[in-house]
Design a protein around this ligand. Structure first.
Ligand SMILES: *Cc1c(COP(=O)(O)O)cnc(C)c1O
Length: 305
């Protein structure tokens, strides 16, 4: 069923693995590759396809005609879920954090153009979005729907992201990705199944809670406890969607030299972090690192960089 869906969406399952060049990598004798999952689909790009695919199969299997999910105004997940709803002819409802700002930003404009119904709730109500009563009120209001949590993270998302590992066909020592909720990372660790090392780069400030979240997701999905992973907390740049000139300068140079577009919310921070850790000798000579490009480039349209 997921194969059919992959075909229907025309997803590229063989995204390139590109070698990154930089004098620092030569000096340190470290190989860095980037897995271009951002190229898997124009709208359900990067990890969002993997997080959604088994959820969409689940929704179709159980004959849902509506999906409902949550996100902020610039959310890559909302963008992807809206596109998925359109392709599958499902009613899609997006519960958006905060107030409506008109004109809509490019992310929400796209979602609305896909037919997603946008409903705005204030930040306090949004914080309580997993509460039983709140979900019940949504069911009363919208009828029967398949619920996809914020950022799309659930067990099926972890399963989907574990597939990313299968398509990396070189030998390597470290697998690295940017981390919001940690669902994608839990998938990668599951896919590694105890082999190699995995590093999660938190893009959130004060995200110590992610260690517990990731462990819980790992246990819930795989039933196992893994110890070959680590959460890196030093490269959040002040928090979600925060960045500074140092990051932007790094990104610009990286993109120009390697012809790989990145954005400052996720992959920019990830790559900055990897380079900084190389500079600080956190890796060994001869190590091979694979960084996952998780996509999210749609967000660049809404940023005035
Ligand atoms: C959503 C997103 C992430 C974070 O994924 P989580 O599973 O929530 O950790 C990382 N990178 C990009 C580009 C994203 O859009």
């Amino acid at each position: 069923m997921v194969e059919q869906l992959t075909k229907l969406f025309c997803v590229n399952e063989n995204t390139p693995l590109e070698k990154i060049s930089d004098p620092l990598l030569d000096q340190s004798e470290i190989n860095l590759f980037i897995k271009r999952e951002d190229l898997n689909h124009p709208y359900l790009s990067g990890n969002k396809w993997h997080k959604l695919k088994y959820n969409l199969v689940g929704a179709l299997d159980k004959n849902y005609d509506t999906i409902l999910t949550f996100g902020g105004a610039y959310s890559n997940h909302i963008y992807a879920a809206a596109a998925a709803g359109k392709v599958l002819n499902l009613r899609a409802i997006g519960i958006i954090r905060g107030e409506v700002h008109l004109p809509l930003n490019p992310t929400l404009k796209f979602a609305e153009e896909c037919g997603m119904e946008l409903h705005y709730i204030d930040r306090t109500a949004y914080r309580d979005k997993t509460g039983k009563e709140f979900i019940q009120s949504l069911r009363k209001r919208f009828g029967r729907f398949y619920l996809i949590p914020e950022g799309g993270t659930n067990e099926l998302a972890v399963k989907g992201c574990s597939d990313i590992v299968k398509n990396i066909n070189i030998d390597y020592d470290y697998l690295c990705c940017a981390c919001g909720t940690g669902g994608t990372f839990a998938g990668l660790v599951t896919g590694l199944n105890g082999k190699k090392n995995a590093l999660a780069f938190s893009i959130l400030k004060g995200a110590d809670f992610l260690t517990a979240d990731i462990s819980r997701n790992l246990k819930k999905y795989s039933g196992k406890i893994y110890s070959n992973w680590e959460l890196i907390l030093d490269y959040h740049f002040g928090g979600y969607a925060k960045y500074n000139n140092e990051l932007l300068t790094f990104m610009k140079n990286f993109s120009r030299v390697n012809n790989v577009p990145v954005e400052p919310i996720y992959t920019g921070k990830l790559l900055f972090g990897i380079f900084d850790m190389i500079r600080k000798k956190k890796f060994n000579k001869g190590d091979t690192i694979v960084a996952i490009h998780t996509g999210g480039l749609q967000g660049l349209d809404g940023l005035a960089l």
